[in-house]
Every structure is written in C-alpha cells, then in structure tokens.
Design a protein around this ligand. Structure first.
Ligand code: AMP
Length: 405
C-alpha cells in the first residue's frame, strides 16, 4: 500500500516562516499546584522545537491552548498567564501575554509582533465557542495570523474551533507541528504498513473500553496478546474459573465472538496461561499463583504469572511491529507490577533487535516511564484519547483538517 507522504504536504522543515505570523495550537494543558506552579512540564517541553523553528526562520508565533476545564468564562486557576515565565525561560525570549484570546487587545498585540517574538493567548476554553467549534470564533483567531500550525495531538480527536474549524481559513498555509507530524507518522506506520509479524498487546481493566480497538486490530495483526483485568472476561467466556477477578458479564458473548473472529482471520489470540492472585485488592494481600482458568474461590487475579511472561515475551521478541496499550496487571501496586515490567522489557528488547514499537494510551505511558524504558521503545505517543480513537480506525478531525483524510 502506498501512503500519502508528508512530501506532498507542507511540513515544518520545508516551510519557510520568514516574515510570517503563525498561530500555533499547542497542548499546554499542564498540571499546576495550588501556588500555580507547573508540576509536570512535559507538554511545554515537547512544543519547543516547533516554536523555535518558526522563530529561527524569522517568523513570529501566536500560541493558543486550553488549560483545565473552566466552567463558565475566565477562572484565575486556569489562566495561561501562569505559564509565561516558564515558557519565556525555555525559549530564551520574553513571551508576551494577551489576557483574552480574542478581542481588540489580542488583535493589537498580534499585529505588533515582530519577527522572533512570541505572544501567548489566554485560555481558549474561557469561551464555550471553542469546544462548540464556532466558525466565527475560529475566524477571530485566524484573522491574527497568516499560517496555522496544529501541534496538539492530544486534542486532535475533537472538532474544536482551534483544532479543526480554524484550518478552513488557511486553505494553503496550514501544517502539522513536529509533535503532530511524529505522532501521525508513527501511528500510520503501525496501522497502515506494519512490518510482519505485527503483535498488539492490550491490557488494562476493561474489555468494554477496548472492544472497538480489538475489532479493528483483528484485521491487521498477526498476534493479539490480551492481559490485565480484561483477561478474565475472556477466560470466563471459555468456561474457566476466575474467582473474584474483574469480569464484565455483559461482554461474555462479545468475548466469545472475538475469539471466533480471531480464529476465522487466522490471528493468534494469546491469553495468559497463569496469573498472580490476591485475597483482597491491596498491595499487602496474601498471594498465590494458579492456572489462569483455575483461580481459587475468594481470590482475584491481579497480574500475569511467570509462565505467561515467558510466553508473551517470546512472541514479542519475535515480532517486527509492536503496539502496546494497557498494563498487564495492577502495576500501581509493587507486588503486582512484575508482569507489566517484564512485558515492557520484552518490548524494549525487541526494539533493540530492530522492531518498531509504539506505546500509548494513559497507563502504558505511565508504566514505561516508571520502569525507565521510554527511550528504549521506538515511539511513546502523547495523546491518550486521540491515539485510542486513531487505532479504533476513526478519522480524527484535527488531522483531516490539515491533510484531508
Ligand atoms: P485502562 O484504563 O482500561 O487501560 O486500565 C488501566 C487499569 O487497569 C490500571 O489502573 C490497572 O491497575 C488496572 N488493571 C490491570 N490489570 C488488572 C486486574 N487484573 N484487575 C484489576 N485491575 C487491573
């Protein structure tokens, strides 16, 4: 299959921003403590290369973002002005601030920007028009600039004014920032032209939140590994004994159907063979290990067992493409994290042998960071919900708005 490459689109590297004002949608939705200090600046750091490229070309930058979930209009705790000093330090240049993202003051500040200067607009979500995708609101933002750059993958699955609608006002001059470009390239590589064998590893608590992903992946993968709490719905559907383990009774039929569909399509659906059980949901619980379909009464499975780790690792280490979403057990508790840690190591090992590995979706990112292996996989996705919708096979409005599909 031939993919449309970035060659036929404008890209950060090929675009010359000299003398141009670029309005850039960033994801500065960072956590702040009660003194309004940033407690995790990952998202700000990630956006710096895009901003610096525009500035070094001789362009100027107007930054827009959301922060938190303001209810009705402006709220001090959600003001982006709390980010100004940190951002200025990271860019090595004073960042100007507009206390309203639209209106006369923002307009004038944008008009006065000189090459090399940066203006940060106040929180877009102080206006309901943002999440409603209001074209008039989008136009007010668009009127301040000549180029639109979307570098907020985390909101690419939302058709908001600043992520999607605004692109209509820049039919020629719209492009992905570096974060978006990397995300889209990496996910497309896995979903559209994976090297074979392609193995997806899915874990986490519930089948219900992953069912669309499972169905879409069945058409693409050679191996589908299932771990975590999801396991037990599949095991019960096969007639196994699962004790007090997590189960979604209403999905037992669905689990059977998925198992049959995998067989029809020749996909290896690989379930755990053993598990680590606990007598309560607590790190200090008593534990034992049992076959996955023979959990003793009164016990619950909270991690995959040693035989499973061995089995999963072998499949992973013989794969050319890996997609991992969701922990193999309750990795937040030290006594039930071994399964997730060992699978993360197997993915890192496969990567060192040349496999392409993509890790994404909330908890797997937290896990890979916790085990210090983030730099030993090919790509760690920054977009939780956006990534999951993309691997469900949905077209994300923020991506479509730029490249047309
Ligand atoms: P999700 O958001 O669906 O990816 O689920 C992530 C959560 O699943 C984590 O908080 C894990 O602690 C939890 N989890 C993983 N395995 C199990 C299990 N066997 N029983 C209960 N919860 C689990």
């Amino acid at each position: 299959m031939t993919l449309k490459t970035f060659d036929d689109m404008k890209t950060m590297n090929s675009f010359n921003f000299a003398g141009k004002k670029a309005i850039v949608r960033v994801d500065f939705n960072v956590p702040l403590n009660s003194s309004f200090e940033i407690t995790d600046d990952t998202r700000i750091r990630a956006a710096i290369p895009t901003i610096k490229k525009i500035l070094s070309d001789g362009g100027s930058v107007i930054l827009m973002s959301h922060l938190g979930r303001p209810k009705e209009g402006p709220e001090h705790k959600f003001s982006l002005k709390h980010l100004v000093s940190d951002l200025s330090a990271k860019l090595g240049t004073p960042v100007k601030f507009a206390p309203d993202c639209i209106g006369e003051e923002a307009k004038q500040a944008a008009a006065a920007l000189k090459p090399g200067e940066v203006l940060l607009l106040e929180n877009l979500r102080f206006y309901k028009n943002e999440t409603k995708g209001d074209p008039e609101f989008a136009k007010k933002l668009a009127d301040m600039a000549e180029v639109y750059v979307n570098d907020a993958f985390g909101t690419a699955h939302r058709a908001h004014a600043s992520t999607t609608i605004i692109a209509d006002y820049f039919p020629e001059n719209k492009l992905f920032g570096y974060i978006m470009e990397n995300e889209v390239t990496s996910i497309d590589k896995v979903m559209k032209e994976p090297g074979k064998p392609f193995t997806a590893i899915l874990g986490g608590a519930k089948v219900s939140t992953k069912i669309t992903i499972i169905e879409n992946l069945l058409n693409k993968v050679d191996n589908l590994i299932i771990g975590g709490g999801m396991t037990y719905t599949f095991i019960k559907a096969k007639g196994g004994k699962i004790g007090n383990s997590l189960v979604e009774e209403e999905l037992l039929d669905m689990a059977k159907k998925v198992t049959e569909k995998a067989q029809e399509l020749g996909v290896n659906l690989i379930l755990p063979v053993d598990g680590v059980n606990a007598d309560k949901f607590d790190n200090e619980a008593n534990t034992n290990t049992s076959p996955i379909d023979a959990v003793p009464d009164g016990w619950m499975g909270l991690d995959i067992g040693p035989k499973t780790i061995e089995k999963f690792s072998e499949v992973i280490e013989n794969s050319a493409t890996l997609l991992w979403n969701g922990p193999m057990g309750v990795f937040e508790m030290s006594n039930f994290q071994a399964g997730t840690a060992e699978i993360a190591k197997a993915i890192a090992k496969a990567t060192s042998k040349g496999a392409f590995s993509l890790v994404g979706g909330g908890d797997s990112v937290a896990a890979i960071n916790q085990f210090g292996l983030a730099d030993q996989v090919t790509y760690v996705s920054t977009g939780g919900g956006a990534l999951l919708e993309y691997i469900e096979g949905q077209v994300l409005p923020g991506i479509k708005a730029i490249r047309g599909y």
